[in-house]
Design a protein around this ligand. Sequence first.
Ligand code: NDP
Length: 315
Amino acid sequence: MNTEMKEYQAEILSGKEFSAAIKEEVAEAVSKLKEAGVEPCLVVVRVGADPASEVYVRSKVKTAEELGIRSEHRHLPEDTPQEDLLAIVDELNAREDVDGILVQLPLPKHINETEVLERLDPLKDVDGFHPVNAGRLAQGHEALVPCTPAGIIDMLKRKGIEMKGANAVVVGRSNIVGKPMALLLLQEHATVTICHSRTRDLADVCSRADILVAAVGVTGIIREEHIKPGAVVVDVGMNSITDAETARDFFGDDELEKRLTTIERRGSTLVGDVNAKAAKSKAGYFTPVPGGVGLLTVAMLMKNTVKAARLRRKV
Ligand code: NDP
């Protein structure tokens, strides 16, 4: 028997491939909207100088442009008063030509995030964080759904992975990923369990999952003993590691060398919540970090912008 194949059996779900398919559909939808006289427009508001936010916003604006979506980037200084930010949200809410508004998180500490997000017009809330959209999702009505979990469902459907009746376990219960992920899986008729920091025996719960979604933010919290053989393992986490020892524990010889070189050159390498070596040898499907869920998130933001334009303008 070929031991190579036995060691690395999981099929890698490429975010690049799935996001390309979503983007192609969005570009088509945008040109149809334009034929109907509608030019979808996304405005991204960023406050302060968080370096990660800068990278995310750049990628969002660039992707919008590629797909024919008009985009605006409002960059405000770190010390912008809450009232000024709310006034900008009000202005964007009122603008007829604006379909989607995204306030990049995290916001500086002096700003009340909840108040800002609740100020958005729910019809323009392309991140899907407004309580109206969260409530509509919980009740199973048409809504703008948070991009990361929506992208994961889209990918699982495209891959033909059966969610109906499957045991799905979501690790993490944030409003951005964990909770909406669980609700969407429920909508697809999975039997859903949500785990969090107080869960007793995480490995025992996870090891029964046909579909396991890790959205925690803890490097390698999901290991061999958490994975049911052949499971679909979706890694949302984005963490960075800086030492060779952790990399050796995390990666098999298919990618260890590349990662060690990255650490040497840049001082760190991006990893997820799932031990890659374990997932590749035990899961049936696995989304890598990077190159998995992150790419889907941006593509779904574009899909949400088109959806917002259609819903609000009734086209
Ligand atoms: P949050 O910090 O808001 O939530 C983390 C969740 O993990 C919480 O519910 C927490 O539980 C739970 N948790 C923490 N420690 C443990 C533990 N030891 N065992 C079990 N559960 C635990 O994070 P987010 O949901 O915003 O993000 C999660 C990860 O996903 C991060 O790494 C983030 O960077 C990444 N991310 C990636 C995206 C992408 O596009 N790829 C998009 C969004 C996020 P409790 O509620 O009890 O505290």
